[in-house]
Design a protein around this ligand. Structure first.
Ligand SMILES: *[C@@H]1O[C@H](CO)[C@@H](O)[C@H](O)[C@H]1NC(C)=O
Ligand SMILES: *[C@@H]1O[C@H](CO)[C@@H](O)[C@H](O)[C@H]1NC(C)=O
Ligand SMILES: *[C@@H]1O[C@H](CO)[C@@H](O)[C@H](O)[C@H]1NC(C)=O
Length: 665
């Protein structure tokens, strides 16, 4: 009895203990975390069966080795859960005798097989978790209806593109009337020209260096895509300790906490929204009537491209690669998307936690939700006083809400990108689910962006002079390092020490995003009012404009490529910084290339059509009228057009998309 008690106390004590570091020889004593039997060879046998298993290490007798592994795994922020082996097993070879004995119960066969090899090598046993998936030699899957439909839609779009381009080429100079106008929306020549056109500085009604936003957007998109590529790539490595070691470097913590950069997209989006609405309100009285109109335009613009990307994700993307990881990396997403596609079309997908479907699209949902909120706020608050009060309240709410969630749900203060998070592909991380991707928890970026929009507008209207800010430029230049420092503070979550207290968690949740948003927001304002010559030339570089226009398409498509890239892996490999860099570059290049095609053939044409639908009719009527009316009226028409152009931009800017305006007149 007493001995039992002591054992219990010791057990309780040991499970609470954490080992932060182990030397190489201790690490080598552990069973390999990732392992893959030869996949090709296994499935060459027509009877072959290959299973991806997750085996939890257990032991009947007290095992110092198991205790060590458990204590090492207990440091979640930087260590893999090495008690859970992720192995790909060729059942018909490695576990032949167990498989033949108990064909009906595959799990028992796998477990007995694991038990034997684990016991022989490590004196440990294993429990194979439910939910393993197996593949057999593939008989090429027949096409299903959905795949044929999506292929049909793509073919139809392509045909329209080609016809439109031919018509455009032959009747170039002819006036475009009626249906032809819609056809020309699809002209590859026109859409290519739009893509490569130089960025226009806003001259009318007031100059503003919006060109610089291209650079900021591209840098953010590249970081995001690269980060995603890396997150998805870091599995089935031979040397997980290499990755665990990388977590020791402070520089990396900046990148790990760099997940707050998504606030930048939200800020750009809301800044442009408010700024353009204010300009438009000079010519137009903005009424509540515009609310449904602006929202439908934006919804249509996003959704047409998004729906096609979703369609491709659930059908043809799945056929790009096959391999032992296919089910986990691609198959699950397809199943979830086929079931939950409607959440994406309604832009509520970021409030669900049970779906692997296009997880990255949380941003589009959060952005649309915040866009609607911002429009309501804009229309409701017409006086500077009302705006100040409302925005201050919203700012406080934006800080308090994440803090409150963190407090109530006992969450980490930042999104900790720990190694298991990489293996689980964004799933099962409560901070990601309840704070990172929701709309109301990202309010802060939008509020800061809106305030910037009002301020820049008011400053310009009062005849603001950029040179008067020049004396602040040294302070301004420290902002970028300060943003990095702000991210660096999150390194508290990756240190070799017990996790921060709940109080610190709440402080981080409440203040990290506001501080970061204000720093980046100030940089943004500095870039658009053009008062200094260090940051502005960099982000206003001509070369950013094209990738910036591609950023929406690239964002939609990149996860598909990253997932397939990993699904194709059939052996564990040794990773290193160099290999990671190559992987990032590979996914970025493929995504950008695909984005060029998608942007020209799909995104831009659909945008043009929506524009024609909502603004086109008006402007052609005016075109005709313009020739008849007198001078005064002409001016009215022109300003009207400008206002509708501005409104058009309002519906268009979502942090990713900022199309150059076509000067059709
Ligand atoms: C590794 O650490 C263990 C104790 O944890 C020690 O016994 C062993 O000698 C060390 N090995 C090396 C190579 O330093
Ligand atoms: C490791 O994974 C197992 C199985 O999912 C789980 O029970 C255990 O709590 C995990 N360990 C850590 C430290 O997360
Ligand atoms: C594997 O070993 C564990 C622990 O000894 C045991 O509980 C389990 O029944 C074994 N599995 C099989 C299929 O023999």
């Amino acid at each position: 009895m007493l001995t039992k008690y002591i054992v219990l106390v010791v057990l309780l004590h040991t499970t609470a203990a954490v080992i932060y570091e182990l030397n190489e020889s201790d690490l080598a004593r552990m069973p390999p975390l990732f392992h893959l039997d030869n996949y090709e060879e296994c499935l060459q046998d027509p009877e072959g069966l290959y299973c991806m298993t997750e085996t939890l290490l257990v032991s009947d007798e007290p095992s110092p080795l198991l205790t060590m592994i458990q204590e090492y795994a207990a440091h979640r922020p930087t260590h893999y859960n090495r008690t859970l082996l992720r192995h790909g097993i060729c059942v018909t070879k490695t576990c032949k005798k167990f498989y033949e004995n108990s064909k009906e119960d595959l799990r028992s066969a796998l477990e007995a097989c694991a038990n034997e090899s684990l016991y022989n090598n490590y004196q440990l046993r294993g429990r194979v978790l439910e939910g393993f998936d197996c593949s057999k030699p593939e008989k090429s899957k027949p096409l299903d209806n959905l795949e044929i439909t999506v292929a049909g839609i793509c073919a139809a779009i392509l045909v329209v593109n080609i016809i439109a381009s031919f018509c455009d080429y032959y009747f170039k100079k002819k006036t475009s009337n009626g249906a032809l106008r819609y056809l020309y929306c699809f002209s590859i020549f026109r859409n290519w020209e739009k893509l490569v056109a130089p960025a226009t500085e806003r001259k009318e009604p007031r100059p503003l260096g919006l060109k610089g936003l291209h650079g900021i957007r591209v840098i953010n998109v590249l970081l995001t895509i690269g980060g995603h590529a890396l997150i998805l790539d870091l599995r089935f490595v031979e040397n997980p300790e290499y990755i665990e070691n990388l977590f020791m470097y402070k520089v990396l913590h900046i990148l790990l906490n760099g997940t707050v950069i998504m606030q930048t997209f939200l800020m750009i989006s809301s800044f442009l929204l408010v700024y353009h609405l204010m300009l438009a309100s000079e010519k137009h009285t903005l009424s509540w009537k515009m609310l449904p109109q602006q929202i439908s335009i934006r919804w249509l613009r996003l959704t047409l491209s998004y729906a096609l990307a979703l369609g491709l994700t659930v059908t043809w993307f799945g056929r790009l690669a096959s391999g032992p990881n296919w089910q986990k990396m691609v198959g699950n997403e397809i199943t979830d998307c086929r079931r939950n596609w409607w959440r994406h079309i309604l832009y509520i997908n970021n409030y669900y936690t049970d779906s692997e479907c296009m997880v990255h699209a949380w941003y589009l949902a959060a952005d649309l939700q915040l866009y609607c909120t911002a429009l309501v706020v804009f229309l409701a608050c017409r006086t500077p006083r009302a705006r100040k009060i409302t925005l201050s309240l919203l700012f406080v709410a934006g800080a308090v809400i994440p803090g409150y969630h963190t407090y109530r749900q006992k969450l980490d203060g930042v999104l900790v990108v720990y190694p298991e998070f990489l293996v689980k592909i964004f799933m099962e991380n409560p901070v990601f689910d309840y704070i990172y991707k929701r709309g109301h928890t990202n309010l802060i970026g939008y509020v800061v962006g809106m305030s910037m929009g009002y301020m820049v507008y008011a400053w310009q209207k009062a005849g603001g002079d950029p040179t008067s800010f020049r004396k602040y430029r040294y302070f301004y230049w420290t902002l970028f390092p300060m943003g990095c420092l702000c991210c660096l503070t999150g390194s508290l979550y990756y240190t070799h020490s017990p996790p921060p207290t709940p109080f610190i968690d709440v402080m981080f949740a409440a203040f990290m995003k506001p501080v970061f948003s204000i720093i980046i927001g100030t940089i943004l304002v500095g870039v658009v009012i053009q008062f200094e010559d260090l940051y502005r030339p960099i982000v206003s570089w001509r070369g950013w404009t094209i990738p910036s226009r591609l950023s929406f398409s690239a964002y939609l498509l990149h996860i598909g490529f990253a997932r397939n890239n990993v699904a194709a892996v059939t052996t564990v490999y040794r990773t290193s910084l160099w290999i990671m860099a190559l992987c990032i570059v590979k996914v970025i290049l493929v995504s950008m290339t695909a984005a060029v095609i998608f942007c020209i053939l799909v995104e831009t044409p659909f945008n043009n059509v929506v524009k024609e639908l909502f603004y086109g009719q008006k402007s052609t009527k005016k075109d005709k009228k313009e020739t008849l009316v007198d001078k005064d009226d002409h001016i009215v028409e022109k300003t009207d057009k400008l206002a509708s152009k501005l409104l058009d931009e309002v519906a268009n800017d979502n942090g990713f998309i900022r199309k150059r305006l076509v000067r059709s007149s």
